[in-house]
Design a protein around this ligand. Structure first.
Ligand SMILES: Cc1ncc(COP(=O)(O)O)c(C=O)c1O
Length: 382
């Protein structure tokens, strides 16, 4: 079955008891056992729940993995992956990553004795220079946040595997509709399911997908022991969102391309970063690694300082001023004061997150309305 068909059918088999085309949501926290000490398929919902199991089957199929685990948030999923590491281990992460991942690595992992190095993955040799015997994991984003870098994943995987590192890819921005990192040899795919996968700004979720049964067992063991599982109701919302993922991401990417081209010619815009533009430093690589579109995130620099930028993001009418992304509504934000505020100022500078950077998440509205909205905010504020 093709991607779009699997999104609708895998994990969504009609209910055998009633014939319901949509499988029921199972809110039960506990399950009757055949006898004391005898275990059925499900016993307690932290360890396993039919609604969660079903959406995990869909997710594994879409990422091309042997299994997936659904978490209560993206950060819970990332945290679970980092719990594979032990005190004394070293993690290398790309520089263009979500502020919350930066915070988890620097504020939580370090207190557990894990050392962190951020490297610029545009220079893959940086891995060879930074790696040491204690290095155990490489963490990166398939499309980086907020500068929308597209790292050379196949090359980075090969380099990291030479040093026996686990490669974990946050695939939130690209989604499996555009890129499936496991196919490039990555070991772990992570998602903030809150974003495109669920797709409607109404559900917080996280995902890990892998294609090694041993790794799946290890991650399951951590998840079951620590407990940050996705609830049955959220599992249903995630499953519903996945059915239209391919359609949404395709359409949102087409709209994003048009908006990026418009911004590139706008007099009040200094620069635009969108992997679908020929001017993007990783455009050629993005053409090779992404299929069916370049994603629906755009980053641009307005012609103004911190305050002007704050005014622009407050002035749009259709673009809501909010963090998050990947839903049907378009969103606008200022990374320096919002999504990447947890970077310290020096790290923001090194990562190229200037005060006048604006990040857009393109939704499903009509492209002309979105362009008009941005145009009037830019003309009004700059
Ligand atoms: C790229 C990326 N990864 C991870 C996360 C964290 O996910 P969540 O907010 O679902 O915990 C986010 C949230 O914005 C994100 O944008």
């Amino acid at each position: 079955m093709k991607f779009r068909t699997r999104a609708i059918h895998v994990g969504n088999e009609p209910d055998p008891q009633t014939g319901a085309v949509i499988p029921p949501i199972h809110p039960s926290s506990t399950f009757v056992q055949p006898g004391a000490g005898d275990w059925g398929k499900f016993d307690y919902s932290r360890s396993g729940n039919p609604t969660r199991t079903a959406v995990q089957a869909t997710l594994a199929s879409l990422e091309g993995g042997c299994g997936a685990l659904a978490f209560s948030s993206g950060m819970a999923a990332t945290h679970c992956a980092t719990m594979l590491l032990r005190s004394g281990d070293h993690l290398i992460a790309g520089m263009d990553i979500y502020g919350g991942s930066y915070r988890l690595f620097h504020k939580i992992c370090t207190t557990a004795g894990i050392e962190i190095s951020l490297v610029d993955l545009q220079d893959p040799e940086a891995i060879s220079r930074t790696v040491r015997p204690e290095t155990k994991m490489l963490w990166l984003e398939g499309i980086g946040n907020p500068r929308l870098t597209v790292p050379d994943l196949p090359r980075l995987v090969a380099l990291a595997h030479q040093h026996e590192l686990l490669v974990a890819v946050d695939n939130t921005f690209a989604t499996p509709a555009l890129m499936r990192p496991l196919e490039f040899g990555a070991d772990i795919v992570m998602h903030s399911g809150t974003k495109y996968l669920a797709g409607h700004s109404d559900c917080l979720a996280g995902v890990l997908a892998v294609n090694s049964p041993e790794l799946l067992d290890k991650l399951y063991c951590i998840q079951n022991a620590t407990g940050a599982v996705l609830s049955p109701f959220e599992s249903f919302l995630l499953a519903r969102g996945l059915k239209t993922l391919d359609l949404r991401v395709g359409e949102q990417s087409r709209t994003a391309q048009r908006v990026a081209e418009f911004l590139e010619t706008h007099p009040q815009v200094r620069s635009v970063l969108y992997p679908g533009l020929a001017s993007h430093p990783d455009h050629v690589r993005a053409q090779q690694l992404l299929q069916g579109g370049f994603g629906a995130m755009i980053t641009f620099e307005a012609d103004g300082d911190f305050e002007t930028t704050k005014n622009i993001v407050k002035s749009t009418k259709l673009f809501h001023l909010a963090v998050s992304l990947g839903a049907v509504e378009s969103l606008i934000e200022q990374p320096a004061s919002m999504s990447h505020a947890s970077y310290d100022a020096a790290a923001r500078k090194t990562a190229g997150i200037s005060d006048s950077l604006i990040r857009l998440s393109i939704g499903l509205e009509d492209v002309d309305d979105l362009i008009d909205d941005l145009d009037s905010a830019l003309r009004h504020c700059c």
